[in-house]
Design a protein around this ligand. Structure first.
Ligand SMILES: Nc1nc2c(ncn2[C@@H]2O[C@H](COP(=O)(O)OP(=O)(O)OP(=O)(O)O)[C@@H](O)[C@H]2O)c(=O)[nH]1
Ligand code: SF4
Ligand code: SF4
Length: 321
């Protein structure tokens, strides 16, 4: 496995297959590229299935064990099943989706080799859901979650962004996963720096404290040092990157944008490297370069220079996290 200067091995890749989406969520950061509500890129700028598979075959050589397909909404790609079918067998394959297209397609995805799905679901309340996603698809999403469980795409992680609009629904969602086999809950800290509304922030520390009291046991996941709270039949994981040095020190993933740019960090777009029409040999070298240039985002590792560019803080040159 390739490792960066901070001792972080790259074990997973996250590939955005499109920036198109049928929702318009108020917290959307579009894999760090900015809100999907702006003009979307043309469909023909998206990586082709061949491009995606070529990339996966290269990173498999470097021991990458996991691939997550994301968007926008990745199920808007009609060739998603083909991409999954052609993903190297050695990789755990998962999908992050808004769930609307899972009814009728979950079984085909399972048959193609998909292991599990994460579905965005911010509330068990139709009106709140509509206000957050600007969509009337609540029932479809619930149906999609059932379809995923029935197809064995488990555990199905429900992704809930914790912010002003959802704070009142956290308890109900925790009860929901505690009572339903096959479901897990992922509470995602709101990221104002990507979406621009600090007033919507909720203190995630309070959610940790509340869950610590409620849980039967607590574990810490290697990836991002995330806490997992076990409540009844369910598991609740907290994704809390903001200003969290430990989270970044345990970051083991590289991203690919829908247009085929390698992206070393969710929060940065100044380090993008296009894979364009590259051969496998060229992708191999570019991937090595991107991994070598990765720097933990939170902590003292990066500083901005007078032109606003991120540069490595001199005192950390050559120092591992
Ligand atoms: N800052 C930061 N946020 C992340 C990172 N990974 C996930 N997140 C946040 O968590 C949200 C949901 O992530 P998912 O795509 O469902 O996947 P995940 O939870 O990271 O992955 P699995 O646990 O493997 O399913 C993302 O949209 C981000 O907001 C990361 O590496 N850095
Ligand atoms: S479903 Fe996902 S990609 Fe679509 S608008 Fe919501 S957060 Fe963004
Ligand atoms: S370095 Fe930190 S902010 Fe960047 S992708 Fe990794 S965990 Fe997220």
């Amino acid at each position: 496995m390739l490792e960066d200067d901070f001792g972080r091995e790259v074990s997973g890749v996250r590939i955005s297959l499109t920036d198109r989406c049928n929702f318009d969520c108020v917290y959307c950061h579009n894999e760090g590229l900015g809100d999907t509500r702006g003009p979307m890129d043309a469909q023909d700028s998206e990586m082709s299935a061949d491009d995606v598979v070529r990339f996966l075959e290269v990173v498999e050589e470097f021991g990458v064990e996991k691939v997550k397909f994301t968007g926008g909404e990745p199920m808007l790609r009609q060739d998603l099943e083909e991409i999954i079918r052609r993903t190297p067998d050695s990789m755990e394959t998962s999908l992050t989706t808004n769930g609307t297209f899972l009814p009728g397609r979950a079984e085909a995805l399972k048959e193609a080799g998909l292991d599990r799905v994460n579905v965005s679901q911010d509330a068990l309340d139709r009106e709140a859901f509509a206000e957050i996603t600007k969509s009337g698809a609540y029932e479809k999403v619930i149906e999609g979650v059932h379809a995923a469980v029935d197809a064995g795409l488990t555990p199905v992680k429900l992704n809930m962004v914790v912010f002003k609009h959802t704070a009142g629904y956290v308890e109900g969602m925790v009860d929901h996963v505690a009572e339903n086999e096959g479901l897990q809950l992922q509470l995602i800290q709101y990221m104002p720096e990507l979406t621009g509304k600090p007033e919507w922030n909720i203190d995630i520390g309070r959610v940790h404290d509340w869950l610590a009291d409620l849980a039967d046991r607590v574990e810490t996941r290697d990836m991002h040092d995330r806490k997992r709270y076990y409540v009844g039949e369910g598991m609740v994981e907290i994704v809390d990157p903001v200003e969290n040095e430990t989270f970044c020190a345990n970051c083991h993933r590289v991203r690919v944008t829908h247009e085929g740019y390698l992206k070393g960090c969710l929060n940065r777009n100044d380090d993008l490297k296009s894979m364009g029409e590259m051969t496998k040999a060229e992708i191999r070298e570019t991937f090595r370069e991107v991994v070598a240039n990765r720097v933990p985002y939170y902590g003292e590792y990066l500083v901005q220079n007078d032109s606003g560019e991120y540069v490595l803080n001199e005192k950390y040159l050559g120092v591992k996290a």
